[in-house]
Design a binder for this molecule. Structure first.
Ligand SMILES: [Zn+2]
Length: 452
């Protein structure tokens, strides 16, 4: 029921058709509407009237559902596409996921991956050993227990970690219970849906060629996936050959460290003369001041998927790299993307409050910036209400541009966002930055001594 309620109520709680559906054997006031469980004054859900009818899981799902503002007009959304618009492709996938599927717990690997997937695989930013590993995984050439058993080499086809399912490559990388935490706790916050997984290449194909549309950079996504798979495989081998209990936490850490080291090496190899102290206008790893008369607003968000808490950081600087103001805002969000959208909104609000007229809002969320530079109705539907508010804010400025910045160069906003995570209420600094921010500001070009 949670899912139906969730789908019906989102953005259209006032439509008369949105009656809450009665649950078998439970008493429910049939005259109730979804809007009866919305506390409009405080902008929160009020589940008191239906709490006795729903499970804790459903309650959580409802509480994590954002609802649109009353001012924005309602629109129908198709929840299986990030932009909320129905497409034949997603309709087909949805139908496929509902009709008979092979046993999801023992999916069979096929080596019939389409040529474009191979092409994409060799373009993924990852070391050759990891590309090679993925190639072998997709060809089902790895020594899994299932493969060894089929070749009469192994004694059992079962997974040597959980001992409950045949150890196929899909089981090792996606379905073994311990890896769920790796995917969810890692940078992707990805929840594995057992029903969607038939073969590794189907899954990879779906996630890379359809799932990533507009929301995150496809190259970034691909790198995250292959490094995660590689480190899961390494942990699995250590568990079997060195008897080390596989740990999601250390696998996540190894994945992050691996990606960071690799990316740093790529950057260095691309710009051998670019040292940390050199500031070039073309380098994507340096923060650059705006032109005279324009204020640059850097924003960032930290997000904790366990408790949905978010920390928003905003920092304003001028063309001479002078610090103007910063704001740390503790918040809640249902996804990292929503937190990033909130950060942009707070950036606009602070700049407007400080009477800035020409601004550049800079975020390291490619998805948000791409969406704002295009049609927000084609972006992720789940953040549409916030994007709408951002569009309204945009009209308050004489000039307002959206710009993407790499995470490395957005360090100042990132630092303020992490400060916000640890705070209970908003905090604003004007003219004088907080001392822990000074070293980052100096690195970004703040004149010394700090401007007062
Ligand atoms: Zn297992």
């Amino acid at each position: 029921m949670g899912a139906e309620l969730w789908e019906q109520s989102y953005e259209s709680p006032h439509l008369p058709g949105n009656r809450l559906q009665p649950v078998m054997g439970a008493e429910l006031n049939l005259d109730m509407y979804v809007e009866d469980i919305i506390d409009h004054e405080n902008g929160i859900w009020n589940l008191t009237p239906i709490r006795h009818l729903i499970s804790a899981e459903e309650e959580n799902a409802i509480l994590n559902t954002p609802f649109g503002s009353k001012e924005a007009s309602d629109r129908l959304i198709w929840p299986n596409e990030k932009n909320g618009r129905y497409s034949v492709r997603s309709g087909y996938h949805w139908l496929q996921s509902r009709i008979s599927r092979p046993n999801p717990y023992s999916p069979s690997t096929s080596s019939m991956a389409p040529p474009k997937l191979w092409k994409l695989l060799w373009k993924i930013q990852a070391p050759p050993k990891i590309q090679n590993f993925m190639w072998r995984a997709l060809r089902n050439c790895l020594a899994t227990s299932e493969n060894l058993f089929k070749r009469k080499i192994g004694r059992s086809p079962l997974c040597q970690i959980c001992s409950t399912h045949p150890e196929s490559i899909e089981h090792i990388l996606l379905l073994c219970p311990w890896v769920q935490g790796v995917w969810f706790g890692g940078n992707l916050n990805y929840r594995i849906n057992h029903l969607e997984i038939t073969s590794l290449w189907h899954w990879l194909h779906d996630i890379l060629l359809s799932y990533s549309n507009r929301i995150v950079d496809q190259n970034w996504l691909a790198t995250q996936i292959v490094f995660t798979c590689w480190n899961i495989w390494k942990s699995r081998c250590k568990a079997i050959f060195e008897h080390k209990t596989p740990s999601p936490h250390s696998t996540i850490t190894a994945t992050r460290v691996g990606i960071n080291n690799f990316m740093e090496a790529v950057k260095l190899s691309r710009s051998p003369h670019n040292t940390a102290n050199e500031r070039t206008s073309t380098s994507p790893i340096c923060w650059n001041p705006p032109n005279v008369g324009i204020i640059k607003v850097n924003v960032d968000a930290s997000w904790n998927h366990n408790n949905c808490r978010a920390g928003i950081g905003v920092i304003l600087r001028d063309s001479c790299c002078n610090f103007i103001a910063a704001k740390a805002i503790p918040s809640t969000a249902s996804s990292a993307l929503e937190a990033e959208a909130q950060a942009v909104l707070h950036g606009c609000e602070l700049a407007h409050a400080l009477a800035c007229t020409s601004v550049i809002i800079e975020s390291d969320s490619r998805g948000i910036i791409q969406c704002l530079n295009g049609d927000i109705a084609r972006g992720a539907w789940a953040i549409y209400p916030i994007m709408n508010l951002i569009r309204e804010q945009q009209t308050l400025f004489h000039s307002c541009r959206w710009s993407w910045i790499s995470r490395v160069a957005n360090e100042a906003a990132d630092l303020v966002a992490s400060l916000a995570m640890a705070r209970m209420s908003n905090e604003v600094w004007v003219h004088r930055p907080l001392s822990s921010l000074t070293h980052v500001l100096n690195k970004d070009g703040l004149p010394c001594p700090p401007h007062v």
